[in-house]
Design a protein. Structure first.
Length: 268
């Protein structure tokens, strides 16, 4: 019995000392705790962001961008067995925000609405830009009856006053069917880089339309190492025929200025 009382006293004494020690530590912490300010690099007080909003006069750089809008979408036969080309026209309604890496999903469906093919990808769009998203040679076991295009996520970035769209032009566009030899048709033109930058890669999308603005065929090509002031010929090819009569040819050149690797570093 005496031993139990001794042990109990021991635990009580240890608990008292431990509690006293914790109180001392807490007292020292609050005594020397750094004052919460609008320049401490932390989101505290009632701030809406790090050192901004709430009690801080500095406004937070909150991006409130309008969603990308999706226009006409469709599918055309690629010319290869069980492969189809998809297009979607996407518009950025924001004047100062660009989407540097948006994710999308394409679903091709049969007559009863079941998905027969899915394709996911990433792209970018500049402020106020309208562009085609093109995915070629999507495998599908049957002819798609309908299609779906969804924007899965966005990654907005604000452009300041220094923003300038790359001066890349496409001229001398020409579409022609092949009268003799291999293949059905080709499209060609001249890419002109009038920007002051050397680009590692420029992608060119080809869209062929009939007289009623219906898209008949799609194609794309990649131009590597395009230097400032350079002119480069390009050419794309269709191995087999597609329905309809081509009236106009659109060519869309794009370079991902959000990615530093798109620019060639000059060595002097």
């Amino acid at each position: 019995m005496e031993l139990e009382n001794t042990e109990r006293k021991k635990y009580i004494i240890i608990s008292v000392y431990l509690t006293f020690f914790i109180l001392i530590i807490l007292g020292l912490y609050f005594a020397f705790k750094p004052e919460e300010t609008c320049t401490d690099g932390r989101q505290n007080q009632n701030e809406r962001g790090v050192d901004c909003g709430g009690v801080c006069q500095k406004e937070c750089n909150v991006i409130v961008a309008k969603d990308l809008t999706i226009g006409k979408i469709g599918v055309v036969f690629s010319g290869l067995s069980d492969k189809y080309d998809f297009y979607a026209k996407v518009t950025n309604p924001n004047a100062v925000f660009g989407d540097k890496n948006f994710a999308y999903e394409i679903n091709l469906k049969d007559e009863v609405g079941s998905i027969i093919a899915t394709k996911k990808g990433f792209s970018f769009i500049l402020p106020g830009e309208e562009k085609y998203i093109v995915e070629t040679n999507i495998d599908a076991p049957s002819v798609p009856f309908s299609q779906e295009f969804k924007i899965l996520s966005s990654n907005w970035i604000r452009f300041e006053d220094y923003y300038e769209r790359p001066d890349i032009q496409i001229i001398n566009k020409n579409y022609s069917e092949i009268s003799g030899g291999t293949g059905f048709a080709n499209a060609q033109g001249l890419l002109r880089n009038r920007s002051p930058y050397d680009f590692d890669s420029i992608k060119i999308q080809i869209i062929l339309k009939d007289s009623t603005d219906n898209i008949l065929a799609l194609n794309s090509t990649q131009m590597g190492t395009v230097k400032a002031g350079e002119d480069r010929d390009f050419k794309t090819f269709w191995p087999s025929s597609f329905p309809g009569t081509v009236s106009t040819m659109e060519a869309q050149a794009e370079v991902n200025i959000f990615n530093s690797e798109a620019f060639i570093k000059r060595t002097y």
